[in-house]
Design a protein around this ligand. Sequence first.
Ligand SMILES: Cc1cc2nc3c(=O)[nH]c(=O)nc-3n(C[C@H](O)[C@H](O)[C@H](O)COP(=O)(O)O)c2cc1C
Length: 205
Amino acid sequence: MSKLLVVKVNPKPAGQSVGLTVGEAFVNAYKEANPADAVTETNLFERYIPEVDGSMLAAWGALAAGKTFADLSETQQKQLEASGAILEEFMAHDKYVFITPMWNLMFPARLKSYIDALCVAGKTFHYTANGPEGLLKNKKAFHIVASGGVHQGAYGDKYLRGILNFIGIEDVGSLYVEGHAFTPDKAGEIIEAGKAQAGDIGKRF
Ligand SMILES: Cc1cc2nc3c(=O)[nH]c(=O)nc-3n(C[C@H](O)[C@H](O)[C@H](O)COP(=O)(O)O)c2cc1C
């Protein structure tokens, strides 16, 4: 039995988002094909994702210097707890689907903060004589990107793939649902084709 984590990164109601609409087709097809699998859905705009800031850096510094969790401020404890929960949840799954909108050629900044919680030496990667090595082996991921123009995923997709590779996840696929704003007369067609492709990939994922 596999455990799929669906990471939605969009503040819009589902019906107004191209990515979430296409992502739903992926997840429904996956569930139908894998009824025994556990599927967890999370939206980074509906939960607290701490941003690495001065407070968090100071907390890490304090712990490295021998202070305990109880010595940290209430804010720092909240930041580290949330960050640790993100990491534990991620590590407890073995398949991932990221659903993002393209915002200025990237994904929303919240996903970067989420990624900052995932990259922890000794947990998701470690240092070897040959450099850093990812520890999350035998896992796979898929990225669904919705964009109004046509960019083939642009920087966000390349970066997400790079960081997933860095923590050991080598099998990373992508689906670009793009161009609905560039060619509004084809918007319906683009979304329907995206849903069909997502369904097809989702049932085999
Ligand atoms: C802040 C912001 C920045 C955007 N930047 C881009 C962009 O760089 N390229 C592009 O093609 N579309 C851009 N768009 C349009 C979105 O990619 C498009 O609306 C897409 O459908 C968003 O995904 P969603 O429908 O799942 O929310 C931007 C939209 C917003 C709100």
